[in-house]
Design a protein around this ligand. Structure first.
Ligand code: KMH
Ligand code: ZN
Length: 275
């Protein structure tokens, strides 16, 4: 039997608006309903961003608290990973706020990358500050890798004692400014990882489907969802996150990978069992 596949849904993101897609959840209730539908379709973990009342991105801890409580009320068992990436242009101080809520996991980007016309800024002192904040609180980082140099930077953090192996990586391919969303790039990045790592592939836009399929075949895990891709097929918007999850779940079934429950995902990702 192949290893169970962990499907993560990136439900909201920070840069999308309702102009991009009317199916984007923004309020805590909408996000919780999306989490529930995504879980029913096969998701073990959600990657969360928060929005203020006007829909703009925020890293405010109270905004995250409202979302987490709403999600927990509908899907108590799901793994919640908060973003420390926030939106481009936010300060480190702003981005770190949700760690105060003691989430099980948080994203940790290990380098700077052009992000469309903007810059997603993460210099090494900042990356160290984020890693230390997670270490001090016992929060497991998911290392967000937008280009292969960021894997080498993650290994610097290991040497410096700021993160410890086994590591968990999210290979994000297809951001305009990062590594292109090609199968070759995915294979190359996977080859660069320490052998005992776990990894997830996140294909941006049209790269989501081919990279999801390849990651399932390679024995990795997958992230889908509106943050990364709003289209179900060319020119056809996905009516929420669940259709993207359901497709990944169908592919997994066809390709012989059972889906990980949240508790199985906790074991695979070296998270503490749920109390
Ligand atoms: N919004 C992007 C600039 C993360 O969540 O850690 C960064 C991002 C990564 O979404
Ligand atoms: Zn994110």
């Amino acid at each position: 039997m192949s290893d169970p596949l962990i499907i993560t849904a990136a439900l909201v993101g920070a840069e999308l608006t309702r102009q991009n897609t009317p199916f984007l959840p923004l309020t805590p209730d909408e996000i919780a309903r999306e989490a529930c539908a995504a879980h029913e379709a096969g998701v073990a973990m959600v990657h969360l961003h928060a929005r203020a009342r006007d829909g703009s991105p925020t890293q405010d801890a109270d905004a995250y608290r409202d979302i987490i409580e709403a999600v927990r009320a509908l899907v108590p068992e799901i793994i919640i990973q908060v973003s420390t990436g926030g939106a481009v242009g936010m300060t480190a101080e702003e981005r770190l706020q949700p760690l105060a809520l003691q989430p099980e996991m948080a994203s940790l980007t290990t380098g700077t990358v052009n992000f469309g016309e903007e810059v997603f800024y993460n210099d090494m002192p900042m990356v160290r500050e984020f890693a230390k904040a997670m270490q001090a609180r016992g929060i497991r980082p998911e290392l967000e890798i937008f280009d292969s140099g960021m894997i080498a930077s993650a290994m610097r953090l290991v040497k410096e004692g700021l993160i410890s192996e086994p590591l968990h990586f999210n290979l994000v391919l297809g951001v305009l400014g990062g590594a292109a969303g090609t199968l070759k790039n995915l294979m190359h990045m996977v080859e660069c990882l320490p052998a005992d790592s776990t990894w997830t592939a996140s294909g941006i836009g049209a790269a989501q489907l081919p990279l999801t399929t390849t990651a399932i075949l390679l024995g990795g895990n997958v992230r889908v969802g509106l943050e990364d891709n709003i289209y179900y097929s060319r020119g056809v918007l996905s009516e929420g996150n669940a259709p993207l999850v359901a497709r990944a779940a169908r592919l997994a079934k066809e390709l012989g990978r059972p889906l990980a429950t949240p508790d199985e995902a906790r074991r695979i990702l070296h998270l503490k069992p749920r109390a």
